[in-house]
Design a protein around this ligand. Structure first.
Ligand code: NOJ
Length: 891
């Protein structure tokens, strides 16, 4: 060990303790928050002390009781070992210490929101932004189950996802790790993902709490500049907190606090947010872990409610080492320092007890005390041995998840343009096809290696199927589009000429191939990722919203010679399309996002009607595509000389489509937009208020009973109530479809689920993964997630959808509520959706519940949700701007 790595942590510890003392005196005992710079005085976070102890609410009761007993027998160093990571050299990206005396093996925390990061023999799933683009909570849940199975199979205790930041800025580097620009859609996708992951006993981790909306100056303990996201209380509750609240209500076991400050106070030591909002207001029963090296001192986070310090060290590059026994670690803000804090009275031992109780409770609640697989891989190597120790057992956890990955890849593909019946293609009418762009082809050095030497997909080479950073996983293989297209065409007619120009810049070669092709497929992309890696000058966040690698020129150049140019975009978020979208030679455009390892097969399924798994596109945009960058309400702060660059969320709740509606700005493609190869018609809107409260409660009890028997068989179906039910006309006498007898479907798997199950079986096809039985008592009850009343259904909206075209397909119906809605603004807000499979000529009745929370707004004065009053507009549409039916709900 070098002298610097032994001396420096010691010095740092003294320094940090000195700093802590100052913080404790000035901030905690006097109640003065971190000072705001001049002009930002109103943006200060109040102090909320003490940290609420875990109560054992709802279905956490038995896990918390068992955890309390567990904790009672621990020594202080043993407790510390649960709270502090062993540093960076462990098997997983995060590892708590262990309690050998009790045979407690510690917890393995591992990325990512799309697979098991750094592992071999594991799958690379479609990114969360693609999951959101399916608008299908059952598919999203199936993805969660499959990812949970893979994490479990590798011995991961805590899967570091889902990520549910909101995509406030279109260029935000990590937007693709989350579910888009609307809190309701993000909430539904977050719930479905958590239910899936936790159904197989893995603790999900919802992140990053909160306001982590850009990569520039995002922070970390050793960062010289860290932004403050300044968010008002109403915006916090109605927008950024919404998916986290849904996650807590769904029983998420853990939360990760983010790097940056919120209202001047660093998120991981923000007592208002952790103690006040997460633990008190939302009644969160699990544990909150710091983002990696996000802590900037020790006492404040402990008092502010933080429960776990990851990965344990003070900061990246600051004396990183292996500390198998964190309670003796001195290169940590906690570890040995937390023992000192308890001993000198800065942190009460009861706070440490609560940290451990919450962590162990989550462990018990997921059933990890029984037969949980041991960690069988190492984030550090794919070799079998490391320093003579066997660290990788190469456990193959992929099962048949590739089928689901392909299905979601196709289901998340959004058809933005289709003229002259350009799509779908059929091989029998093809003679000569040209395939263009590096995005169509393989990665030159293989799917997981970058020519610039960066890990974590820190480059953009070959086809783009995920972004870069910690939100990635290794590709076990990567089916590129050219390979899949070639294979498909050859399987039907090996005489079709398939020529490709994969060089984005060789305009001459492109023109000559385009001129002789009857169909031209142009693949383009745009990448982004986490800020610790820079790719082509993009430090995480994108520098612009245009295509990468000469994309626009490539499209225009091919289209100049080819009257049937079909564009496929593999992009992490919105890209500007104005320079080419109206070109009449660009006959069709598919927006395919970043679909994971099966990307080539998935695009074949959408492009070709004769693919064995041909898929009529039904993906819908989970964000708005603007005509110009300046049309979005906010942008990245790229340059600042401030130590704490201030980012004030002045647009309030109006991000994405709400901003465009509010300001009357015409987008190019609005939120929720997506075309189909068939057409759908709507009729018969009925809005009915549910029964009175007493009746609601009675029904709730009944359906809870129904749920327990249905749960085992329906564990792949999301319990999110807005996974609306749909029934064919033939079974419309089933209670769920009857508008006059609204079903209280806040009960996850009540009668409405059995109806939804039939819809989903046809909509989603064969589910491809097997869920284990859910851990005992996994239903959301009690005050976990805020007042239970908020999650009860107060009205149902039903309508009929008919496939009026010639091709079978899914329709995504969207429910928006409109003014007056007490939101302080006048635009529509998404409050429900349903993806319904329909054969040509078929009609189904779709029923979508509205919960009390969905028709309420956050009252800043009263500090609670207040139901809107008067007449609420209810819109059913194919997108946020394409409304088919309108009705009213009198509240
Ligand atoms: C930092 C990232 O922000 C977070 O999302 C990730 O889980 C951790 N690193 C661990 O890799």
């Amino acid at each position: 060990m070098s002298s610097s790595s032994t001396l420096r942590p010691g010095l740092l510890r003294i320094l940090s303790l000195a700093l802590l003392a100052v913080h404790v005196l000035s901030d905690v005992t006097t109640g003065i928050p971190d000072a705001a710079p001049p002009g930002f005085e109103e943006w200060e976070s109040p102090i909320f002390l003490p940290a609420p102890d875990v109560k054992g609410s709802g279905d956490w009761a038995s896990a918390v009781a068992r955890a309390r007993t567990f904790v009672k027998g621990l020594t202080l160093p043993e407790k510390i070992n649960v709270t502090t990571g062993v540093d960076v050299l462990g098997r997983c990206v995060g590892n708590t210490g262990t309690i050998p005396r009790l045979g407690w093996a510690g917890l393995c925390l591992e990325d990512s929101p799309l697979g098991v990061r750094f592992a071999d023999f594991a799958s690379a799933f479609p990114a969360a932004i693609n999951a959101a683009a399916t608008w299908d909570v059952d598919l999203i849940k199936a993805r969660g189950v499959a990812m949970g199975e893979e994490h479990r199979g590798k011995g991961v205790n805590v899967a570091l996802g889902p990520m549910t930041n909101m995509g406030r800025v279109a260029a935000g580097g990590r937007n693709w790790e989350g579910f888009g620009g609307d809190p309701f859609l993000s909430g539904a996708a977050t719930v479905a993902t958590i239910e899936g992951i936790q159904s197989v006993g893995v603790i999900a981790n919802v992140k990053h709490f909160i306001g982590n909306e850009q990569e520039h100056y995002r922070g970390g303990s050793s960062a010289p500049q860290i932004t403050s996201s300044n968010i008002d209380d109403k915006t916090l509750h109605e927008l950024y907190l919404w998916p986290f609240a849904e996650a807590v209500h769904a029983g998420v076991g853990s939360v990760m606090c983010s790097y940056q400050h919120v209202n001047q106070t660093q998120a991981c030591q923000n007592s208002k947010l952790i103690n006040g909002v997460l633990k008190e207001e939302l009644g969160f029963q699990g544990f909150i872990v710091s983002d990696w090296a996000a802590m900037i001192n020790g006492v404040q986070p402990a008092l502010a409610g933080l429960d776990m310090n990851m990965p344990g060290f003070v900061g990246y590059g600051v004396g990183e080492q292996n500390n198998p026994d964190p309670s003796t670690a001195t290169n940590s803000y906690w570890g040995a320092a937390l023992i000192d804090m308890v001993k000198n009275g800065s942190v009460p031992e009861s706070r440490v007890d609560d940290m451990v109780t919450r962590t162990i409770a989550a462990w018990y609640k997921m059933g990890q005390d029984k037969n949980y697989p041991h960690v069988s891989f190492s984030q550090l190597t794919q070799q079998t041995y490391l320093n003579g120790e066997k660290v990788n057992e190469h456990v193959n956890v992929q099962a048949d998840h590739y089928k689901l990955i392909r299905k979601i890849g196709a289901a998340s593909t959004i058809l933005l343009k289709n003229t002259k019946s350009a799509l779908p293609l059929s091989v029998k009418s093809l003679k000569r096809i040209g395939v263009f762009g590096s995005d169509a082809g393989p990665h030159p050095l293989g799917p997981n290696i970058c020519s610039n030497g960066q890990n974590d997909k820190g480059c953009s080479e070959g086809t783009l199927a995920m972004g870069w950073g910690s939100g990635t996983a290794n590709f076990p293989y990567l089916i590129d589009p050219l390979a899949a297209i070639t294979q498909h065409i050859q399987s039907i007619n090996p005489t079709v000429v398939i020529e490709g120009v994969l060089d984005d810049y060789n305009l001459k070669a492109q023109s000559s191939v385009a001129a002789v092709s009857d169909t031209c497929l142009v693949f383009v992309n745009a990448d982004s990722g986490e800020g610790y890696l820079t790719v082509d000058g993009n430090a995480g966040d994108r520098n612009n919203l245009t295509l990468w690698a000469n994309g626009e020129k490539l499209i225009q150049n091919v289209a100049a010679s080819c009257p049937n140019t079909i564009v496929v975009q593999h992009v992490v978020g919105p890209v500007l399309v104005e320079s080419w979208i109206d070109n009449p030679n660009v006959t069709a455009v598919l927006h395919a996002g970043i679909p994971g390892q099966e990307t080539g097969n998935a695009i074949v399924d959408v492009l070709f009607s004769d693919s064995p798994q041909a898929t009529n596109p039904s993906g819908r945009l989970p964000y708005t595509i603007a005509k110009q960058r300046g049309d979005y309400p906010a942008d990245i702060l790229y340059q600042s000389n401030e130590k704490v660059p201030q980012i004030t969320y002045t647009e309030g709740v109006s991000i994405d489509y709400k901003w465009f509606d509010l300001k009357n700005i015409e987008p190019r493609f609005e939120f929720g937009f997506g075309l189909s190869y068939t057409s759908f018609s709507y009729s018969g809107l009925q809005v009915s208020k549910s029964r009175g409260r007493r009746e609601i409660e009675a029904l709730h009890r009944t359906s809870t009973t129904a749920r327990s028997s249905a749960a085992a068989s329906s564990s792949k179906l999301s319990s999110f109530p807005h996974a609306a039910s749909s029934t064919s006309a033939a079974v419309s006498s089933a209670p769920v479809s009857s508008a006059s007898a609204p079903v209280v479907s806040s009960a996850p798997a009540s009668v409405s689920v059995s109806a939804s199950a039939s819809a989903s079986a046809s909509a989603s096809g064969n589910a491809t993964s097997t869920a284990s039985a859910p851990p005992a008592g996994s239903s959301p009850v009690g005050d976990v997630g805020g007042p239970a009343e908020l999650y009860k259904t107060i009205a149902t909206v039903s309508f009929k959808v008919k496939n009026s075209g010639k091709v079978a397909g899914n329709e995504v119906s969207q429910l928006y509520i409109g003014p007056p809605n007490s939101f302080g603004v006048t635009q529509k807000a998404l409050r429900g959706f349903a993806r319904t499979f329909l054969n040509p000529g078929q009609t189904k009745t779709v029923t979508i519940p509205l919960r009390l929370k969905d028709v309420s707004s956050w009252d800043v004065e009263k500090q609670k949700w207040v139901q809107s009053s008067g007449q609420l507009k209810v819109y059913i549409g194919k997108s946020s701007r394409n409304i088919e039916l309108q009705g009213t709900l009198n509240l």
